[in-house]
Design a protein around this ligand. Structure first.
Ligand SMILES: C[S@@+](CC[C@H](N)C(=O)[O-])C[C@H]1O[C@@H](n2cnc3c(N)ncnc32)[C@H](O)[C@@H]1O
Length: 200
């Protein structure tokens, strides 16, 4: 009998990490559009390595401080920017590579865990940011969106994101949705979008 370890299906955030691990390479560029406590930013930094670059963004100074501390504790570096992700292009343009494209963009929606739960991502700014994110993706680039519906406003935002994702043109993007169908307490689900190269 094989002794290979078996594993449970990953949570939405874990599945996002698996997809990014398969696609990101050392030297790539990535954006964390909701850096929060810095876990995803640190994850992206580890994947792209010292030759790559990560830009991390959050609305709240508490999140920027938490991400800065997380990176420092692991000896990692990223470009940290405070602002709304609906202003993505103007905030990040000075830090983009020459071709203006990135290989990965992560969104982890909702509120800052252990932070101010009244500050949440909202459908209007989220959809605007997602549209902008799509135009920043390099060929084969991945956009991952972890969607939380358990808090006030979460269902409306989740429905808006699902609808937005289904409307992306098939010729240019592949879109998947990953969710647990039978779990209590509104587990997060994942939308992942990949930019197809022109010839595909
Ligand atoms: C679920 S947390 C992110 C967790 C983070 N990915 C991590 O690894 O710790 C969501 C974050 O989105 C941020 N946020 C809310 N609205 C935003 C906006 N319009 N632009 C940028 N960040 C926003 C919140 O401040 C919060 O820190």
């Amino acid at each position: 009998m094989s002794s290979a370890k078996r594993s449970l299906l990953p949570r939405a955030t874990g599945f996002a990490h698996q997809l990014l691990e398969q696609n990101l390479r050392p030297g790539d560029h990535a954006i964390d559009a909701t850096c929060g406590n810095g876990h995803d930013t640190a994850f992206l930094c580890r994947l792209v390595g010292e030759r790559g670059a990560v830009i991390a963004l959050d609305l709240q100074d508490a999140a920027i401080a938490a991400t800065r501390a997380k990176l420092a504790s692991e000896g990692l570096e990223a470009c940290l920017l405070q602002g709304c992700h609906s202003e993505l292009p103007s905030l990040i343009s000075p830090y983009l590579p020459d071709n203006g494209k990135v290989e990965a963009i992560m969104f982890n929606l909702g509120y800052l865990p252990k932070g101010d739960k009244s500050v949440i991502t909202e459908a209007g700014t989220t959809i605007r940011a997602l549209d902008q994110a799509c135009s920043l993706l390099a060929d084969f680039g991945l956009l991952t969106i972890a969607v939380y519906t358990g808090h006030d406003g979460g269902v409306a935002e989740g429905e808006a994101v699902d609808l937005w994702s289904r409307g992306l043109p098939q010729d240019h993007f592949s879109v998947i949705s990953y969710c647990f169908e039978n779990q209590r307490n509104s587990p997060p689900h994942l939308i992942a979008v990949q930019k197809k190269p022109a010839s595909a």
